[in-house]
Design a protein around this ligand. Structure first.
Ligand SMILES: [Zn+2]
Length: 426
């Protein structure tokens, strides 16, 4: 790698950096950057940067890679390639695999699996054995094996005593508990949000209060035992208010929201569209507005895709039988730039914070720097380029997206990481 971007916009709010620069990348490092032209080596590839924006490499902390056990949906190699194609230089994979990542050997095995894309892979381990919610997993051994987060994602750990113990045990390593907040008795057998669309289609609904109850209980426990707590994929106005209040009281609480909950409502289910069947479900306009407000003001720290690949035959089943989840790695940048940044909901600074910096702060990882001598860890975007979502161009094995055919403004062009420049081909 030896490339010079001419007059590219560099933006990193963590460094108070925003301006047009000549950026020379060589052998995996930032060789030089300057507002004035740089005399680079003669063999340097020169690229015009006038329409480009370089930011610290994007990080998605909520990705389902399906390996081990469901490689027909996705695997580590295809999921990391999809991440690179979507502009991410790092991801954290969820433990609801088969078997679940509840044993140190499984975490080590995932982290040691070879793959091609220049994407850093981090691992969230299960909170409880088999994700059954009955016995804690060996949290400290999992941490020693490399796990950076602990969650039974897909289900909520309802057992308060186990969550209390998890907070206390993880204190030794400043570990992070993450929860998928879903009170089980109110949501048994649900298909979509408990609202007008559920009533019209005759589907079992998941009331918003079931998310709020679970989150409120967790926040009380986190306060009582000073646990570090992360709320996964918020979907309700009530949840935003709860996190806002918890932060006001000084709790060590963070939260994420998905791109789809920021742009789609329950109406996207339309006439039984299984590519709008997600958990938590798409909710009302009022919830969507509250999520946007929470993200803009920083109550919600980051955007995470909850990339959930499924095979075509699974999503082609009748609505009630189809699995929950949609893929998100290759549409996140387009959704967020088009519908949040270009519409003025999010500033570019908040975009970088929510998609690159906050995920690393939440996991206690170092932030990439855009400075001479630093390892190059960048996402290079064409923020005004218009494009149409063609799922056949995805590098994910799956195609279950509600955004097929959507027109976006803003796409990832390259990622730079691990000594390589990778071209995105969406
Ligand atoms: Zn979840």
């Amino acid at each position: 790698m030896n490339v010079l971007f001419e007059r590219i916009r560099l933006l990193n709010p963590a460094q108070h950096l925003d301006g047009r620069y000549f950026l020379w990348l060589k052998e995996g490092r930032i060789e030089a950057l300057s507002p004035e032209p740089i005399a680079a080596d003669p063999d340097t590839l020169r690229l015009r940067g006038d329409d480009l924006l370089a930011v610290p490499g994007l990080f998605d902390i909520h990705v389902h890679l399906r390996e081990p056990g469901q490689e027909y949906k996705e695997e580590i190699a295809s999921g990391t390639a999809a991440a690179a194609n979507g502009g991410f230089t790092a991801i954290c994979c969820m433990p609801n695999t088969e078997p679940p990542l509840d044993h140190p050997a499984l975490v080590r095995s995932v982290l040691a699996t070879p793959y091609e894309a220049p994407v850093d892979l981090f691992c969230c381990a299960a909170l409880t054995r088999g994700r059954q919610g009955e016995q804690l997993a060996p949290l400290l051994d999992l941490h020693a094996a490399g796990a950076v987060m602990f969650s039974d994602d897909g289900t909520w750990l309802a057992n308060a005593e186990l969550l209390r113990r998890a907070f206390l045990i993880l204190k030794a390593v400043n570990g992070l508990v993450a929860q998928h907040c879903q009170e089980p008795t109110l949501t048994q057998g649900f298909a979509i949000h408990d609202g007008v669309v559920a009533a019209r289609l005759g589907l079992k609904g998941y009331p918003a209060v079931a998310e709020d109850i679970a989150l409120a209980r967790d926040l009380l426990l986190a306060a009582a035992y000073e646990g570090r707590y992360h709320a996964q994929h918020l979907s309700t106005a009530g949840a935003v208010a709860l996190v806002r209040e918890a932060k006001r009281r000084g709790l060590a609480v963070t939260a994420e929201v998905t791109p789809h909950h920021l742009v789609l409502t329950e109406e996207a289910v339309g006439a039984y569209n299984t590519n709008a069947k997600v958990n938590p479900p798409l909710r009302t306009r009022r919830d969507l507005e509250a999520l946007r407000e929470g993200l803009a003001e920083g109550t919600i720290d980051c955007i995470a895709t909850d990339h959930a690949p499924h095979a075509l035959h699974e999503k082609l089943q009748e609505f009630a039988a189809a699995p929950f989840g949609i893929i998100g790695l290759e549409t996140a940048v387009g959704v967020v730039l088009t519908h949040l940044v270009h519409t003025g909901v999010l500033s570019y600074e908040r975009f970088v914070e929510a998609m690159a910096l906050a995920p690393r702060r939440i996991l206690g990882l170092p932030l990439p720097e855009i400075a001479p001598g630093a390892p190059a860890n960048l996402t290079i975007l064409a923020p005004d380029e218009e494009w149409r979502v063609e799922p056949e161009r995805f590098l994910s094995k799956a195609r279950n997206t509600p955004f097929a055919g959507w027109e976006f403004r803003g796409k990832p062009r390259w990622i730079v990481n691990r000594g390589r420049l990778w071209e995105c081909t969406l």
